[in-house]
Design a binder for this molecule. Sequence first.
Ligand SMILES: Nc1ncnc2c1ncn2[C@@H]1O[C@H](COP(=O)(O)OP(=O)(O)OP(=O)(O)O)[C@@H](O)[C@H]1O
Ligand SMILES: [Mg+2]
Length: 311
Amino acid sequence: MGHRVARAAVHRLAGLGAVTGEVRVTNDKRKGSKGPRVPGFQGELRVPNAGIRIENLSKVFQGRDGGSVIALDGIDLAIEPGSFTCLVGPTGCGKTTLLRIVAGLLASSSGIVMVGEEPVAGPRQDTGMVFQQYSLFPWRNVLDNVAFGLEMRGTGKRERHARAKELLGMVGLARFARSRPYELSGGMQQRVAIARSLATDPDLLLMDEPFGALDERTRHRLQDELLSVWERTGKTVLFVTHNIDEAVYLGQRVVAMADRPSRIADDFPVDIRRPRDRVAPEFVEALLRVRTVLEEVMKESSKQIETTKGG
Ligand SMILES: Nc1ncnc2c1ncn2[C@@H]1O[C@H](COP(=O)(O)OP(=O)(O)OP(=O)(O)O)[C@@H](O)[C@H]1O
Ligand SMILES: [Mg+2]
């Protein structure tokens, strides 16, 4: 494996986009520059434009026994740039598969997936992903895990460590900068992964149940941190969760997926002022809507399993 390929593989594992991807540039006309030119502007000009367009997306996995699993079947979904969307659905309905395809980590079987103006053809530098399972590099300490994406970009040690420390502070792990991942609890490792996904300041954040392993208090704190990052930066966030309260607290929009066949079962805006009050009537109303849809979906799904068994 060539050096470049090896680095790309490591990078992909971190969910941080391709090493050799186009670098979003500065005030010049190099290929890849997305933003307008601003006279006298020297630094990187960020104009997030990471909307997602998914059309008729399908994914079929081939099993070892020759059988196949239809993980996604003709999904259509459009996500506005700068929006915060929560994706819910029963286990196995294809949420992770969808995220991995949008991240460019997994090829689709058919359909269109665009991020910004471009079809997704592989990992993008401007996408940050937090995986459902912790995916830290065991041989790196916490600080260097968080700083990884910046290191790949060629950011100097002092600068990347300063940024990594700031993010570790944000997730409440400043004291653990020199620890190894195995010395941390599962929830702490997940917080490191969240910090890592933010380090390169990606336009698009794909988060797969990032707060699933956390206690309620920590989860609430990190939800608020994430919201403030989102409000400050205009990132596009696609956030998978099994927690209905979390979906309604965070999302501007909640998309509920169903399985067998996988499809969008419900999709609605959550027009509740922030900061949201978890006991306000409109909050509870939105919760009930999501719960009802999911209960329906589960009922359908178990009926189908019964039919398959019986027939
Ligand atoms: N690499 C793979 N090879 C074969 N089948 C797979 C693979 N990845 C996922 N699947 C199958 O695709 C379907 C969707 O899986 P996926 O992980 O996307 O579900 P999910 O909605 O994220 O579930 P959960 O809520 O449990 O995380 C499942 O039936 C799963 O078994
Ligand atoms: Mg999943």
